[in-house]
Design a protein around this ligand. Structure first.
Ligand SMILES: NC(=O)c1ccc[n+]([C@@H]2O[C@H](COP(=O)([O-])OP(=O)(O)OC[C@H]3O[C@@H](n4cnc5c(N)ncnc54)[C@H](O)[C@@H]3O)[C@@H](O)[C@H]2O)c1
Length: 335
């Protein structure tokens, strides 16, 4: 066990990379040694915003091998686009660095398995950033459901209405559906037996790309739990994440999170606040907590909570959802 600052390299300064940059810079437990970003202009703008231009080493990906040879680097954050993850993750694991990789590790189950095989082979930590496991509200609902205090779990419903509209990946990908699929499998502690899906395109830009934006999926789990997934690619009213867990002894609900819980009583009625408008705001606490956990694992203070099976299950279920959408059939998952 050590309490030294953890030397880090951060790959990718896009939407989520900037979230992690802020958290790394605000932590007293980390020492950011390298940033890898292909877009130099973006990197300059971001670092200028932090008053760090010229003070941090920013390099392009062809210097990644040098970074991996730096003994001060203990952990590597992979925040680049999904299709680059597997190669970067495997390289870092081979160099025995602890890896924090944004979800998903890959869109392909075989790649996910290869990443975890490398983690086992080289004895290196591989943390796939399932940030919702670290959200205090979601975690407390999970703990309560698993403890039996809600009785037998009958139904878990996830709602994810995204905003702003992001067209960086088709809807039937892990990039979009992984969080909700993972939550349902996590609560049931297994793969579902069967899945079925319906989906439509209601947004013009999405339809023009022959994609869908509105998805409803139903999953039946071996424990008797039904999982309902409600996804929209764009919500005009905010970044809407809700969860409902019902069982034989009661029901827990977590609502979309407002920017503040203050309510104003006015002659015209009750005024409340809008919900958060983006993932960095909605999940700020969860992103901070997942980093604490990653650092704890590196420093030998905690066992890794995010298991290999979470990524593998999500990949299997999302492939089945795609198949159900394509064929219109209920899909039975192979045991
Ligand atoms: N957990 C979450 O809430 C969450 C939210 C958003 C995105 N993500 C995940 O994070 C990943 C990145 O998504 P994003 O929205 O930030 O993408 P983005 O396109 O905004 O950013 C990716 C950045 O990586 C850079 N880049 C590309 N290849 C690189 C390489 N080889 N080395 C270094 N930099 C490289 C790009 O120039 C870009 O700046 C995706 O896998 C996505 O699924 C997770």
């Amino acid at each position: 066990m050590t309490s030294e600052k953890v030397g880090l390299a951060l790959l990718g300064l896009g939407r989520i990379g900037q979230v992690h940059l802020n958290i790394i810079l605000s932590s007293h437990r980390t020492n950011l040694l390298w940033i890898v970003e292909e877009n130099r202009e973006l990197a300059e703008t971001v670092l200028k915003g932090h008053g760090l231009l010229g003070k941090l080493r920013v390099v392009s990906n062809d210097k990644f091998d040098d970074i991996l040879q730096d003994p001060q680097v203990k952990g590597v954050y992979v925040c680049t686009p999904t299709n680059t993850h597997t190669a970067l993750v495997r390289k870092a694991l081979t160099a025995r660095k602890a890896v924090f990789c944004e979800k998903p590790l890959s869109e392909e189950l075989a790649d996910i398995k290869a990443c975890y095989d490398d983690a086992e082979k080289y004895g290196a930590t591989l943390f796939c950033a399932f940030n919702r496991h670290f959200d205090h509200g979601i975690r407390s609902m999970y703990d309560k459901a698993r403890s039996g205090r809600l009785g037998k779990i009958y139904m878990v419903k996830t709602t994810f209405h995204d905003t702003p509209l992001w067209m960086g990946a088709p809807t039937f990908t892990q990039t979009f559906l992984i969080h909700d699929v993972d939550l349902l499998c996590w609560f049931a502690d297994s793969l579902p037996d069967t899945v079925v899906v319906q989906a439509t395109a209601n947004i013009k830009e999405v339809a023009e790309k022959s994609d869908v934006d509105t998805v409803g999926a139903l999953m039946r789990f071996p424990c008797g739990m039904l999982g309902i997934l409600d996804f929209c690619k764009y919500s005009p009213y905010g970044y809407d994440v809700r969860l409902e867990v019902s069982g034989s002894k009661g029901m827990d609900v977590s609502d979309a999170k407002p920017v503040s819980y203050v309510k104003s009583y006015t002659p015209n009625g009750l005024e409340t606040n809008p919900i958060h408008m983006s993932f960095p705001d909605r999940f700020d606490q969860a992103y901070r907590s997942e980093q604490e956990h990653f650092l704890d694992v590196i420093q030998g203070k905690a066992e890794l909570e995010v298991k290999r099976v979470f990524s593998e299950r999500a990949a299997i279920v999302i492939d089945a959802l795609k198949e159900s959408y394509k064929t219109g059939q209920v899909i039975t998952l192979k045991k």
